[in-house]
Ligand binder design. Structure first.
Ligand SMILES: Nc1ncnc2c1ncn2[C@@H]1O[C@H](COP(=O)(O)OP(=O)(O)OP(=O)(O)O)[C@@H](O)[C@H]1O
Ligand SMILES: [Mg+2]
Length: 294
């Protein structure tokens, strides 16, 4: 082979690597080389998710913070649960251990019947991709990608076929069907969060975890986001666990759990504003002012 033919030869892009630019940096993601089977080992529980006797401590000695203390909770399929409690009571830690983002010190965590506590990193990563959806207060969308590209990114990273009918129905129900070619910076916060919700719901994961999803939104946008999460449970039988500081937002859920000092101190089924407000006062925090759940 001559030098000339060698340099003229087109470079074949690696189909397992997706690359784009974000804030001047080149980001590459390696995707799975083949379509996954979708099966994960060790199924034992019928709940969508479960914590059994979970404890989690950060730091050691004088600096130790016991973020979760012997917490046991089950999350039934299709149920919308809100988690409340004072700042530092362990809400985000609970969500993180439930989603396998943090390891526990004691106890067991199950997702869709699979015990994740003993999974090694690769197994956990696969499980998170296939069985979990995430929604964060700050949206966490890729700014260089369009709304549509953001929504399908987790599926593409996992080399899963995107169900175009499901995608169309999802974005239609979320009211963002005509926003799909816009980048996040071109969309208001409420629409960005609905894009993040579409990303979390596509592929029907067992569990959708949301950490203060309405925390950065005005009341109208917040109410729309809550309606979208409510519909995910009612119409798609998805299981949603949402951390919030807003008592009225929590009342859109089927039940409210209240944490204090890393312990589960109250469980309210069919919550009302009165009951939630009383429970929050008992836990040492007043209900947040300003409702997004009108
Ligand atoms: N990575 C960490 N390292 C050390 N301490 C941590 C870490 N993450 C959480 N903590 C501590 O664990 C406790 C529980 O934190 P967590 O973030 O779960 O609270 P939260 O209820 O979500 O609070 P907020 O309402 O302010 O978001 C806090 O005392 C916090 O400072
Ligand atoms: Mg938190």
């Amino acid at each position: 082979m001559t030098y000339a033919t060698a340099v003229e030869r087109p470079v074949r892009p690696n189909p397992c690597i997706r690359t784009f630019w974000h804030m001047g940096q080149r980001l590459s993601f390696r995707t799975s080389p083949s379509r996954p089977s979708g099966r994960l080992p060790g199924s034992t529980s019928s709940a969508a998710a479960e914590l059994r006797g979970v404890s989690k401590t950060f730091g050691a000695g004088d600096q130790a913070v016991r973020a979760l203390r012997d917490v046991t909770i089950g999350f039934a399929p299709g149920v919308f649960t809100a988690i409340m409690g004072p700042s530092g009571s362990g809400k985000s830690t609970l969500l993180n251990v439930l989603a396998g983002l943090d390891r526990v010190d004691a106890g067991e965590v199950f997702i869709g019947g699979t015990e994740i506590t003993g999974l090694e990193d690769r197994g956990l990563t696969l499980l998170r991709r296939r069985r979990l959806g995430f929604v964060f207060q700050s949206f966490n969308l890729m700014p260089a990608l369009t709304a549509r590209e953001n929504i399908v990114l987790p599926s593409e990273l996992d080399r899963r076929r995107v169900d175009q009918d499901e995608l169309a129905s999802l974005v239609h129900s979320l009211g963002i069907a005509d926003r799909l070619h816009h980048r996040p910076s071109e969309l208001p916060g409420g629409q960005q969060q609905r894009v993040a919700i579409a990303r979390a719901l596509l592929g029907r994961p067992d569990l959708v975890v949301c950490d203060e999803p309405t925390g950065a939104l005005d009341s109208t946008s917040g109410a729309e986001v809550l309606s979208a999460l409510r519909a995910a449970c009612d119409e798609r039988r998805q299981t949603v666990v949402m951390v919030t500081h807003d008592a009225a937002a929590a009342c859109r859920a089927d039940r409210v759990l209240v944490l204090r000092d890393g312990r589960l101190v109250e469980e309210i089924d069919a919550p009302t504003l009165d009951r939630v407000t009383t429970a929050l006062n008992d836990a040492g925090t007043p209900a947040a002012a300003g409702s997004v759940a009108s």
